[in-house]
Design a protein around this ligand. Structure first.
Ligand code: NAD
Ligand code: UDP
Length: 340
């Protein structure tokens, strides 16, 4: 049976969480490819200003909507990104976080089923929990605490993956699952609370660099343009490829090393300060991206140095030094009035 996209060149694409960090870059790229983009967001962690430059575009539409409620639209593809991604934000209202992942997935899968759209889930490396296997392959089932502070996010995303596969098996819905590893870049909220934005904002303001624990835990950081490229390649892959597929940059380093690189690149006078390690903070994380290369011909292109330089330039342009003392959050000074 023909879908709308078979009959029209221009695809109509729904991006949930489209006013967030990743979503706004994705909307931009999909528009540049000549598609119509419908962006829905409840602005919990996203901002209108992330997509303000797209608002005048006739092919772009922005709607305030919470994905925990049903949404009706005729679309060809759905990228389901709605969900706070920073631990500080997703732990603020953990019940809403689980609802966003679970009810959001049910609502978006229901829509995909009704209009025969292809649907991609922005899943996460957090489905591996604190992994006992390194690097993490898609076949690994993970090591996740079901009752901890991170569980609302980890288990919500795991349940969303389950729902995607049940819709695939039960209703033949065309699904794609991307397991996204730590991604960074311009347009991260300066008060987002994630490590790259925190360290850059702190370094530019010559404020102490907040290292949680001893900074020996590792992560592997992917630049946002590479990530967006991976998501689109996955969506465009043949219907018989569902994933899950890891999308990340296997360039692993410790959090302390990251801090030292950012200090050097910003010529900052900041000192490292060591704070309490949050519970269940995964100790090592690095994607095995063999499947991404073989199935969707994807591999990251932007080196950490290049990506950090672009991100630092972005934060410099935002004149964050002027916000000294209030431009970032840590677990210690955290307060939910993020301002804009
Ligand atoms: P983000 O917080 O910047 O973006 C999330 C967006 O979702 C925001 O615009 C927010 O307002 C919106 N949102 C939250 N709850 C919503 C709801 N109930 N209804 C509608 N909109 C809602 O985070 P991001 O880094 O852009 O992450 C986007 C997606 O990618 C998330 O699903 C996240 O879990 C996933 N992901 C991101 C990373 C990363 O490193 N950036 C890693 C793994 C997975
Ligand atoms: N982290 C840190 N200082 C910060 C923010 C984060 O040391 O100001 C650490 C955090 O404990 C974790 C790593 O950096 O080990 C990545 O944290 P982030 O919140 O960016 O992502 P996630 O933990 O979800 O991978």
């Amino acid at each position: 049976m023909n879908t709308i996209s078979d009959l029209r060149l221009k695809k109509r694409i729904l991006v949930t969480g489209g006013a967030g960090f990743l979503g706004s870059h994705l909307c931009e790229r999909l528009l540049a490819q000549g598609n119509e983009v419908l962006c829905i967001d409840n602005f919990f962690t996203g901002r209108r200003q992330n997509v303000a430059h797209l608002l005048g575009c006739p092919d772009f539409e922005l709607i305030r909507h919470d994905v925990t409620f049903p949404f009706y639209a005729e679309v060809d593809e759905i990228y389901n990104l709605a969900c706070p991604a920073s631990p500080i934000h997703y732990q603020h209202d953990p019940v809403q976080t689980t609802k966003t992942s679970v009810h959001g997935a049910i609502n978006m899968l229901g829509l995909a089923k009704r209009v025969h759209a292809k649907i991609l889930q922005a899943s996460t490396s957090e489905v591996y929990g604190d992994p006992a296997q390194h690097p993490q392959r898609e076949s690994y089932w993970g090591n996740v605490n079901p009752i901890g502070y991170r569980s609302c996010y980890d288990e919500g995303k795991r349940c969303a993956e389950t729902l995607f596969f049940d819709y695939f098996r039960q209703h033949k819905t065309r699904i794609k699952i991307a397991r996204i590893f730590n991604t960074y870049g311009p347009r991260m909220h300066p008060k987002d609370g994630r490590v790259v934005s925190n360290f850059i904002v702190q370094a530019l303001a010559n404020e102490p660099i907040s290292i949680y624990g001893r900074g020996e835990q590792s992560r592997s950081f992917c630049y946002v343009s590479d990530l967006v490229d991976g998501l689109i390649r996955l969506m465009d892959s043949p219907d018989n490829f569902t994933g899950p597929v890891n999308i990340g940059n296997p360039n692993e380093l410790s959090i302390r090393e990251l801090a030292e690189i950012i200090l050097l690149m910003t010529s900052s006078k900041s000192k490292l300060v060591f704070q309490e390690l949050p519970s269940d903070d995964p100790f090592r994380r690095m994607p095995d991206i063999t499947l991404a290369l073989s199935a969707i011909n994807w591999t990251p292109r932007i080196s950490l140095r290049k990506g950090l330089a672009l991100t630092i330039e972005h934060f410099q342009q935002q004149k964050l030094q002027a916000q000294k003392g209030s431009g970032f959050i840590t677990r210690e000074n955290y307060c939910y009035d993020r301002g804009e």
